[in-house]
Design a protein around this ligand. Sequence first.
Ligand code: UDP
Length: 478
Amino acid sequence: MEKDKVPHVVILPLPLSGHVKPMLTLAELLCDAGFLITFVNSDYNHDRLERVMDIPAFYNRSPGFRFVSISDGLPLDEPRLGPIIFQLFFNTRTVSKPLFRELLISLRQSTKRSPPTCIIADGLMCFAIDVAEELGVPIITFPTHGSHGMWTIMHTSNLIEEGEVPFQEESDMDKPITSIPGMESLLRRRDLPGNCRLEVENPLMEFIISEASAMKRASTLILNTFEELEAPIIVQLGSFFDKVYTIGPLHALLKTRIKDSSQSVSSCGSLRKEDSSCMEWLNSQPLKSVIYVSFGSVIELSRDQLIEFWHGLVNSRKPFLWVVTQDLVEGNEELGQISEELEQWTKEKGYMVSWAPQEEVLAHPSVGGFLTHSGWNSTLESIFEGVPMICWPQVADQQVNGRCVSKLWRVGFDMKDTCDRFIIEKMVRDLMEDKREEIIRSTNEIARMARGSVKENGSSHCNLERLIEDLRLMSLTN
Ligand code: UDP
């Protein structure tokens, strides 16, 4: 292949770690296929990445890979969690768009590397579609949600037109939602994405609606899911996009294709330092006895919620491993006096870390359940390892994911809209013991399908091959 025909893919994630991680994984897989990669981080995330990985050593192993960074418009010392994230969304259009345009022009003019032949941009970074169209570079959209979450978000404006949104939180939250094709008997009001609880005039609603609409201007869609899990909705998505590539679970696909994935950059994709001491603690626990608890990277709990979870876990009398990030409690509120019983039980039967090697934790034989906020990465990782879940979704696609987990795939229970120590205790007991029978067969079956999808000749494996081939062809015609 001529030098100037080497595929050069520019990858642009939404600058939040739950979006950066799957994008980095895809970037690594494409780099492994011989492509040049330019990965566009925010300055904030790049700084965090540099703290957890040796980037020059990574460049030595992967000479085709380069990071660049642009501002996300927020101060560098401001943690990206809670409501500030909405500001980050709005900044993408005002701050990131002109910077990305400049970057793309400079990449095209550079004599060091061949010019970009394709952009892969997050589904919430649709300003990139304007830039790509203006500069004549093909673009693919990669919303990092699952298909059901994505399909629901794409129907936000239909929900408003049909009068199903907005609704008051005090109204009948179990009322079925009927205007999303293919999901008529699945969702209730409470299962709609968090933003559907806002006023229609809220700027976040406007942002979601316009991003969902703009996304369709990219003719090609990548999804981090697998056909066997979400086939009917993937088919529906095919009516909006010329090509749909389902290539998940990406973290597992990477492990099947890259020999030493412990050296991979995406293993640092959460941008936080992992505390691996919990693996030793897990080694000392009985088989399938531990409930793993994590609420991901952006959710904050009130002090009262944290205390309810703590009591519920302790009262369930099951050993737990809990990720308590430094900024988990809203406004860093002091916890105050903690009862001796909580302290004592946690010392004897619990383990807390500020960040866990989650993929390894979920794969550990001692882990029997996952209490999660139902972020899509966590959901897929748990599905892959055959670990049933208790869902406590809060924002975005998490509510939809929780509903799919409990009602559609039957791989867990959904606890949404409650946070009460008695319910938490009961849910943990149900998951680990009393009602485990109800879900364990489907959990194992879906895990088997997930594993099959990333093996040679599996659906996601083949779809990635197709994507690589199409990106190559694109670079020849571009
Ligand atoms: N994660 C991790 N260690 C932790 C908690 C989470 O490595 O202690 C990773 C997890 O494996 C997942 C990601 O962080 O890949 C969280 O993504 P998700 O979409 O579930 O939630 P978000 O953080 O975006 O809300």
